[in-house]
Design a protein around this ligand. Sequence first.
Ligand SMILES: [Zn+2]
Length: 129
Amino acid sequence: MEINNDKRTHCNEIETIEHLFYNCSQTKSFITQIVNWINRTCGKHYTFSIIDLLFGIPSIRLDKLIKITNWIIIYAKWYMYSCNLANEKLFLLRFLTDLKHHAILEKYVELIRKPDLENCIWDILLNEL
Ligand SMILES: [Zn+2]
């Protein structure tokens, strides 16, 4: 008797990090929508490789947009993982709504740490959500 302990994704593929966060057709479509939204919002022309999505975008300088973009990537991975567990589809509007609530919390945390802060990086994101 063969026992197969491989976990399956909502699309019935073997659950791997690469499939869940990059190779799945639903993921690719969702990531494309996020990248298009980021590029439209920030006036950039980002494309993300599998390495960028799995490990984040390397930043030699302290580029504020890279920091926020990496935060969005981390949050997107949490969202995709949660939707897979709940067997729910990925929706950009729901993701952006959740993203806004978390960005507000991040802003409060930053303002508590630095009460005299004049240019909060979270305002860059919150102004577009
Ligand atoms: Zn899939």
